[in-house]
Design a protein around this ligand. Structure first.
Ligand SMILES: O=C(O)CCC(=O)CC(=O)O
Length: 278
């Protein structure tokens, strides 16, 4: 396989105190770095938060095609440019795959890892090739028409945060960049390298996520030494949008653990609908 060039580092934003422990946040296919908005303010109280955009998403230019290793090399170039050697990383789905690849191939760079609604292999590669071809010929309309059912539970799909993200997918994401990211998903298979990950790892799953369902999370947990699992009820693929407080608690609980703790400890987060009193 030809190796796509890493290209320039992706567009990023910086929040939180200069000098605080660095935390890099990766987004999912079809979302911009603002998908982390629900957790940003709290995370930025404790961390120097670096959020980055996928190609053709947010402020990062499109590329013709890409791979997870190429995206990961872009994140390393971004960290290098900021003078960040070792950092914690949390990523959603494709953004999580980038973090897992980094943790497996550059373990010295990753202090701690959180994989949200992600996978070691995102199903049948042919389905991603077909989606890439569809988007290259027809744009994002057909994908956006069905995204609500993958991203959110039925009760949440008409909420303002959900409709805002769906509008972003339909109106702001570049089809070329989205298709390139589908190529990356098609080519990704980290199953044979999971045991190389040494960073304390927490895997978070949405119980009704049809895109990366809980068995994908369990495969990550079974393969990554000492990884912990948190399965969230009331959440589909964009669990951090639908269950923002639960995902924030999981992030803070895991990332606050000593960097060289031998095992990740899942954070017990009792289920209650967001916005209701504890
Ligand atoms: O939007 C979808 O259909 C889910 C895509 C997926 O599983 C990869 C990602 O969200 O990064």
């Amino acid at each position: 396989m030809t190796r796509p060039p890493a290209g320039p580092p992706p567009h990023r934003t910086l929040d939180g105190p200069d000098g605080a422990p660095p935390l890099v946040l990766g987004p999912s296919l079809g979302t911009e770095l603002s998908v982390w908005d629900p957790q940003l303010a709290a995370l930025a109280q404790q961390f120097r938060v670096v959020r980055w955009d996928l190609p053709g998403h947010g402020g990062t230019p499109s590329v013709a095609t890409t791979t997870v290793p190429a995206l990961a090399r872009g994140v390393l170039a971004l960290a290098d440019g900021l003078g960040i050697d070792r950092f914690s990383y949390a990523g959603i789905s494709l953004g999580g795959a980038v973090g897992a690849w980094l943790a497996a191939h550059h373990p010295e760079r990753i202090a701690s890892l959180v994989l949200i609604c992600s996978s070691a292999r995102f199903g049948d590669p042919e389905a991603w090739h077909e989606r890439a071809a569809l988007v290259r010929t027809s744009g994002l309309g057909p994908v956006a028409d069905t995204a609500a059912g993958r991203w959110f539970t039925p009760d949440f799909a008409a909420s303002p945060p959900a409709t805002a993200l769906l509008a972003t997918l339909r109106q702001r994401i570049a089809p070329a960049g989205y298709a390139a990211c589908c190529d990356a998903l098609a080519g990704y298979d980290l199953r044979g390298d999971l045991a190389r990950i040494t960073a304390p790892t927490l895997v978070v799953a949405g119980r009704t996520d049809p895109a990366t369902p809980p068995p994908h999370a369990r495969e990550l947990v079974d393969g990554i030494p000492g990884a912990g699992l948190l399965e969230l009820p009331g959440a589909a693929h964009l669990a951090g949008v639908e269950r923002p407080a639960a995902v924030l608690a999981a992030l803070l609980g895991h990332l606050a653990a000593p960097p060289d703790a031998p095992a990740a400890v899942p954070v017990p987060v009792p289920y209650r609908p967001e916005g209701t009193a504890p």
